[in-house]
Design a protein around this ligand. Structure first.
Ligand SMILES: [Zn+2]
Length: 329
């Protein structure tokens, strides 16, 4: 048989061909078995990754659809009286933090306000979190040893709970910003508003062990979204011992269409020099990545000012409030 003759003829040429054939078989085997495994692992991971990212984006989109365009309410919200250049004291700060030891501070039980009398006080505030940016924001604050304030909404789930706890554990102030941020529900009437506030307060207490006593109204205290007189809600908060805070410096990071890192830096730094007390509005939302990018430069700018101090908001902080409310005694 022709075939037999071929098989017995063991020429070097034939051996070479057999070798090459073996290589092809092994190569084909590897391609058919290992490559799909590697690819499926790769795509499996990225599919999970994209699935998670898609889920977050969907949640965020729903969130925005529900709350309407917050930017609409945030834009140009600062009343005239608060935008005027406040008279900044020319006198040197009277109490120098650096002249006091930690023991002095403890013994005198000085509040931040007393401790930093004469300083420009700057409060960085982040609304709407926690989000996929919260860890990055907290990492930056930690790196620069800055304490800030987070006005949060209610998000269920282990990762969110970890973020509420991280905010508290790292010394930041945890403020309330409503459970859902849905204006129509929240601002429907006084009972609905206080029911929402109590629910959020209890939720945060269960998760962090801390009772929040500071609040920021979604859209601010003079928002145009509420059909109810905002004084109703301000009174209700005061009765519950909760202080609300608006802002007098806006990073404008909630502006529709997004804001560049440089614009955010500029929006903040050009305003803070005008006030003895600046409450700066930022947003902690997954889509606001330029906020995170701008934060280090904003902090560096403030830390380079020799008469400024960055502090977290407490109920003792001088509140900046758009809504004029009766003094509580
Ligand atoms: Zn908000």
């Amino acid at each position: 048989m022709v075939e037999n003759t071929n098989q017995t003829a063991k020429s070097p040429k034939r051996q070479k061909r057999v070798k090459r054939l073996k290589k092809i078989i092994v190569g084909t085997f590897l391609t058919v078995t290992i490559l799909p495994t590697v690819l499926s692992i790769f795509f499996g991971i990225s599919r999970a990754h994209y699935k998670a990212a898609l889920k977050e984006k969907t949640e965020e989109l729903n969130y925005y659809l529900e709350l309407g365009s917050e930017a609409e309410f945030f834009e140009e919200q600062i009343p005239e009286a608060l935008t005027d250049d406040a008279a900044v004291s020319e006198a040197a700060p009277t109490v120098r933090r650096e002249n006091l030891t930690d023991d002095d501070i403890k013994n005198l039980s000085l509040s931040d306000e007393e401790l930093y009398e004469g300083y420009r006080k700057i409060y960085l505030t982040f609304d709407d979190g926690p989000s996929s940016n919260t860890d990055a924001i907290l990492d930056i604050l930690k790196e620069y040893d800055v304490k800030a304030t987070f006005f949060v909404v209610q998000h269920e789930g282990r990762n969110f709970e970890r973020l509420y706890r991280r905010i508290v554990d790292e010394g930041h102030s945890l403020g309330m910003h409503s459970c859902t941020h849905v204006y129509s529900d929240l601002y429907s009437d006084r009972d609905a508003f206080m029911e929402d506030t109590t629910r959020l307060r209890n939720f945060l207490y269960l998760v962090t062990g801390t009772e929040s006593d500071i609040y920021r109204f979604p859209g601010g205290s003079t928002n145009r979204a509420s059909a109810t007189d905002m004084h109703e809600f301000a009174d209700a908060l005061r009765e519950d011992g909760i202080v609300f805070f608006d802002w007098n410096v806006s990073s404008r990071d909630a502006t529709a269409g997004g804001v560049s890192r440089d614009a955010i830096i500029n929006n903040v730094t050009r305003e803070i020099g005008k006030h003895t007390e600046s409450i700066v509005l930022f947003h902690d939302l997954g889509s606001k990545t330029t906020t995170v990018e701008a934060l280090p430069a904003v902090i560096e700018y403030i830390q380079a000012m020799d008469d400024a101090v960055l502090l977290p908001i407490t109920r003792e902080t001088d509140p900046i409030q758009f809504l004029s409310v009766k003094e509580d005694n």
